[in-house]
Write a protein that binds this ligand. Structure first.
Ligand code: ADP
Length: 302
């Protein structure tokens, strides 16, 4: 049985349909990434799956429970890391865990022995009595993650788990998330950091305008939708060089002041570039971000 099954999910806000017929399957123990630009409908999809909003159409089964009818039973075995930390500033670190546990009907005496372990997981050992205001952004995020584990969930939903964190803090969260999958828990996360998705997720779905436009392992998606090699070129006179790149019949994209050239064989480009000594270039394999930008476009979304 899948941990999450979604069929034909639809949700409208006013005149705008923000989830337009979404199908998803997430197997137990998977780390699944829901990717998409701002406004794609990712958060709404997660909220529907948790029974926090009612769908207009479609079916959702979360850990075998029909949602929204049996959302409460499902949520008892689910942890949630929301997009914005909503820790209670009036309580200490440990109190935040205890109070959150009470929502699941846990007794304080049952939670107390688990707190040291949760704090160790969060890298906050010794901070049980600290006030929330004294924690850094990374510490708050890790505490929110530990709080989501208070009911020992089988599945975790995480909405942009590392947005706003510095690289050190992000790497620490990634390491913790890997530990959770090693423990056999199912993770479903949204992110717009493609590196995060590529590192953590066994499978990803790319969502745009309320629809899933591609789904698979990061490698499969890259192989299916995009050329294998990329040369990024920038520097004075790069606009003039685009004509050369086009002559070499490569797919090119201009983003800001950088030209991206995509091909399975980029040797002709590499051979051509020395005639433009002012240009700087980087040759690399195609990644999930290239795929994401190809499928969702380079226009800004707000
Ligand atoms: P994402 O998480 O991919 O950025 P969201 O699911 O947050 O996307 O939003 C999708 C669209 O739905 C956006 O246009 C957003 O403004 C709209 N939306 C989300 N929640 C509501 C709501 N409660 N009321 C009205 N519109 C909403």
């Amino acid at each position: 049985m899948n941990s999450l099954e979604v069929r034909g999910l639809r949700k409208r806000y006013g005149a705008q349909e923000v989830v337009c017929g979404v199908d998803l399957d997430v197997a137990p123990g998977e780390c699944f990434g829901l990717l998409g630009p701002n406004g794609a409908g990712k958060t709404t999809t997660l909220r529907l799956c948790l029974g926090l909003a009612d769908p207009d159409a479609g079916e959702i089964r979360l850990l075998g429970n029909e949602v929204p009818a049996r959302a409460r039973e499902a949520r008892a075995r689910v942890g949630v890391v929301p997009q914005f930390d909503n820790l209670d500033p009036d309580f200490s670190v440990a109190e935040n865990l205890t109070v959150y546990g009470r929502y699941f009907g846990l007794k304080d005496r049952d939670i107390a022995p688990r707190i040291p372990q949760l704090l160790e997981f969060a890298g906050l050992a010794g901070r049980a009595g600290s006030k929330i205001q004294t924690l850094s952004g990374g510490m708050k995020r890790r505490l929110t993650l530990a709080r989501a584990l208070v009911n020992d969930p089988q599945l975790l939903f995480m909405d942009e788990p590392t947005t706003g964190l510095d690289p050190q803090a992000r790497h620490l969260i990634w390491e913790r998330l890997r530990r959770l999958t090693q423990e056999g828990r199912t993770l479903i996360l949204t992110t717009h950091f493609m590196e995060e998705a590529e590192r953590l997720c066994g499978r990803v779905a790319i969502m745009d305008h309320g629809r899933i436009i591609a789904q698979g392992t990061p490698r499969e998606l890259i192989a299916r939708h995009i050329e294998s090699q990329v040369v990024e070129v920038h520097g004075p006179g790069v606009e003039a060089w685009i004509a050369d790149a086009k002559m070499l019949s490569l797919r090119t994209e201009l983003a800001g002041e950088t030209v991206f050239c995509y091909a399975d064989n980029v040797e002709p480009v590499i051979a051509n570039l020395p005639s433009y000594p002012d240009l700087v270039y980087l040759h690399r394999p195609a990644n999930l971000e290239d795929l994401f930008l190809k499928l969702t476009g380079r226009d800004l979304r707000d």
